[in-house]
Design a protein around this ligand. Structure first.
Ligand SMILES: Nc1nc2c(ncn2[C@@H]2O[C@H](COP(=O)(O)OP(=O)(O)OP(=O)(O)O)[C@@H](O)[C@H]2O)c(=O)[nH]1
Ligand SMILES: [Mg+2]
Length: 287
């Protein structure tokens, strides 16, 4: 007999890799013979045409289009584990701006509220697009000291959207643990995406978290909020995609297209171990 469905919500700032993750996940769970811990049980929300077109783009090595506010297509799929338990995985598949807005204005879109009450969260952070802290006051002082007039200075006034990635992400997690979104203790899988780029530093995912996102690392380690968490590296593409709009051709993208089974492009890094099972973090979330 099946136990009650668990729920997982996927969240992440703009361009963190949510749609690419959805495309690769859809490909994997729909591909015959793919070896994944969780297998496809059904689609609760969303349509096959939309998902198939995301997966088709993914297979042909093309970047996903930026998710637009209008025409947002929420997706919920049911996956089964080996014990017959069902997990319902929900992608608001809203643009990341929706999550930025939560941090910038402390506003929450009503339609996202139910999804964000999920007992388990996947937080997607693009390891190739981490915005590091910049000491604006210091840079202003240096430019003034050098006599650079303000009109040619490259220092801009602070705006919430310019805050470092880790500040935005920690605030987002705190938001999920307070007020109307407080759903008690929860599980959290942090996925550091674009791992094919990040891996050049030679660190494992925990090390990347502590070196490149130390505020997030400390927030999670110190248990200020009740997250039971783990971190993975994820390359849902397997490598860099060329910018087709500018006519770019990248040997790296070509090489990816030549891999005979597209699912072999995927890398999921758990500590020092690499696999192609993109469902592994989801399986941990419900274990
Ligand atoms: N190198 C590399 N780049 C990736 C990978 N996954 C995603 N990206 C890139 O990251 C950027 C954002 O990916 P999306 O999947 O569109 O991100 P998103 O979170 O859906 O973005 P919004 O919908 O705009 O919020 C794109 O330029 C992708 O090509 C990866 O595994 N490797
Ligand atoms: Mg998207």
């Amino acid at each position: 007999m099946k136990e009650a469905a668990s729920d997982v919500a996927i969240i992440g700032l703009p361009e963190s890799g949510k749609t690419t993750l959805l495309a690769a996940l859809w490909h994997m769970v729909r591909e015959k013979g793919a070896c994944t811990r969780l297998t496809f049980a059904g689609l609760s929300q969303g349509n096959y045409e939309h998902l198939n077109s995301l997966a088709k783009r993914w297979r042909s090595g093309k970047r996903q289009q930026r998710t637009q506010l209008a025409g947002t297509k929420a997706v919920s799929m049911r996956l089964n584990d080996s014990l017959g338990r069902t997990v319902e995985v929900s992608f608001p598949d809203s643009p990341g701006e929706e999550f930025s807005r939560m941090w910038e204005r402390r506003e929450l879109d009503e339609s996202m509220r139910a999804t964000l009450l999920a007992p388990a969260i996947v937080l997607v952070v693009n390891g190739d697009k981490i915005r590091f802290p910049a000491w604006i006051a210091e840079r202003n002082a240096i430019q003034r000291g050098l006599g650079i007039p303000p009109e040619v200075s490259d220092v801009v006034d602070w705006r919430a959207e310019l805050a470092p990635t880790q500040v935005q992400v920690v605030e987002l997690l705190q938001f999920l643990m307070s007020g109307i979104l407080d759903a008690g203790p929860r599980r959290l899988a942090v996925l550091i995406t674009a791992w094919d780029v990040v891996q050049e530093d030679g660190m494992n995912p925990e090390e990347v978290l502590s070196v490149h996102l130390p505020l997030l690392d400390q927030y999670l380690r110190n248990g200020r909020d009740s997250w039971t968490w783990r971190v993975w590296g994820l390359s849902a593409q397997g490598g860099a995609y060329e910018d087709a709009d500018s006519g770019e051709i990248l040997p790296e993208t070509e090489a990816l297209r030549e891999i005979s089974r597209p699912s072999d492009r995927i890398k999921v890094i758990d500590g020092e171990v690499s696999s192609t099972d993109i469902t592994a973090p989801l399986d941990w979330l419900i274990s």
